[in-house]
Ligand binder design. Structure first.
Ligand code: NAP
Length: 424
């Protein structure tokens, strides 16, 4: 019998899965665990601070938490604080919605130098992730390089290039706003190891770069083909065609702006150079190193796990068969398929995994396991203080109260502050 479900991770894939389960079985009791005191995972810490529209999906999730069947169990790290084995004993099904929190390594000499950051850390820093609050990235030279040409690289370039006024209505944290405002960057390089057609950014995100107050995209016309190659699938061809058109428009521009965003194609990183800190980036096929005081690699993520959680494969995902890891144990989202797609991609995928869970339990007559009550007793016994939905609501209220004019929130970005606000 299926009655109590634990979902580990309160990002979009976990919450879409909860939604799909409850739509079909409103009688289920679902506990959503998160290592952080705050829900929403990638929506809070990954989505760019100036893309508030993308974050609106949380309203749907809030309604779900208000419905009485879904509980938030924040500030509990499954695997270490609370072993997965305990969850498997206590819940009829456990869904791992862990996301992908580790930066793919760049794998070149010098990547350990101060001033080189992975996008998880860098984006986490400006988005107020408590693990990265104190990153204090070096932003003291006129040039910065972002490696990768996906939407994360575009986010980083845009956040670095926007003015304080353009960011006023965002929830960019005050510490990042001050650091970026004081950085005086004049050149940002966005570096792709392949060409303009292969770049994985999407058109809306690319177009946004052409509308910024202080930043001009710089593209060499010689790097651009006239047309997209034949034989692409139609959906992909539409994106590539639009991208190419935008890149041609950028190449035709010669307006003066204080910050230039240079699109560099066909250049893989060879080494990060500097003595004691990042000073330049050596690119394969280029004679002279590119002077830059900051290098951010935005080259994708891997799932990494601690304690008794299953380990990720070479590819950085948890081995699974259509979402099933073992009887009673499932996986959704980036931990299942890798770091691809947009937030809505998770809706359909999480629904498929929810269907799979319900099908697996169809006709199962085993008595339902103990669920929440047993877990609460276990947490108490271990001296763990979970942060529940009302604790999160207190954090949310404190953040709204601290927001600068026009911004929805000033995120609490340190562990102590979060715990104190949750406790009221
Ligand atoms: P991504 O789209 O996979 O882009 C990764 C980039 O890194 C690619 O340009 C890739 O080049 C490059 N790369 C990988 N390994 C490299 C290496 N060793 N050296 C140099 N370059 C390397 O991933 P992402 O930007 O991290 O985004 C993750 C997902 O989130 C994507 O699906 C993205 O669309 C989504 N997202 C969406 C939005 C939005 O909708 N606004 C915003 C942010 C993220 P190759 O192509 O050559 O591998």
């Amino acid at each position: 019998m299926l009655h109590h479900i634990a979902i580990v991770g309160s990002g979009p894939s976990g919450l879409f899965c909860a939604d799909a389960l409850l739509r079909q079985r409103p009688d289920l009791k679902i506990d959503v665990f998160d290592r952080l005191p705050t829900p929403y995972g990638l929506i809070r810490f990954g989505v760019a601070p100036d893309h508030q529209g993308t974050k609106a999906v949380t309203r749907q999730f809030d309604r779900l938490f208000g419905g009485g069947s879904l509980r938030f169990v924040g500030h509990v790290a499954v695997g270490t604080d609370l072993p997965l084995a305990r969850l498997l004993e206590t819940y009829d099904a456990v869904v791992l919605a862990l996301g992908a929190h580790a930066d793919r390594p760049l794998g070149v000499p010098g990547e350990e130098l101060a001033g080189r950051y992975g996008s998880m850390a860098f984006v986490g820093w400006y988005n107020g992730h408590p693990d990265f609050r104190d990153l204090a990235p070096l932003l003291d030279r006129p040039a910065a390089a972002v490696i990768g040409q996906g939407n994360v690289a575009v986010d980083i370039a845009r956040v670095l290039g926007k003015t304080a006024q353009e960011m006023a209505a965002s929830d960019l944290t005050a510490h990042a706003m001050t650091a970026i405002g004081g950085a005086a960057l004049s050149d940002i390089y966005m570096i792709g190891r392949r060409g303009p057609i292969e770049a994985s950014f999407t058109s809306a995100e690319l177009a946004e770069l052409g509308r910024l107050e202080n930043l001009r995209p710089v593209v060499a016309k010689a790097d651009l083909p006239d047309n997209i190659p034949a034989g692409l699938d139609p959906a992909e061809a539409r994106v590539k065609e639009k991208n190419l058109l935008l890149l041609h428009e950028f190449a035709a521009r010669d307006d003066e702006k204080p910050v230039k965003l240079h699109f560099v194609f066909h250049r893989a990183p060879e080494a990060v150079l500097g003595s004691g800190r990042v000073e330049a980036l050596k690119l394969k096929g280029s004679e002279a190193p590119l002077a830059a005081g900051t290098v951010v690699s935005a080259i994708g993520y891997r799932t990494e796990t601690q304690g008794d959680l299953p380990r990720a494969s070479e590819r950085g995902v948890l081995a699974n068969e259509e979402g099933r890891i073992a009887p009673g144990l499932y996986v959704v989202g980036w931990a299942k398929r890798g770091p691809s797609g947009t937030i809505p991609t998770n809706r359909a995928e999480a629904k498929a995994v929810a269907d799979r869970i319900l099908a697996d339990f169809n006709g199962d007559e085993t008595p339902a396991k103990a669920g929440s009550d047993a877990i609460d007793a276990m947490l108490k016994q271990q001296g763990l203080t979970a942060i529940d939905w009302s604790g999160w609501k207190r954090i949310e209220a404190a953040e709204a109260a601290a927001a600068r004019q026009g911004s929805p929130r000033e995120k609490l970005a340190d562990w102590t502050g979060l715990r104190q606000a949750a406790a009221g």
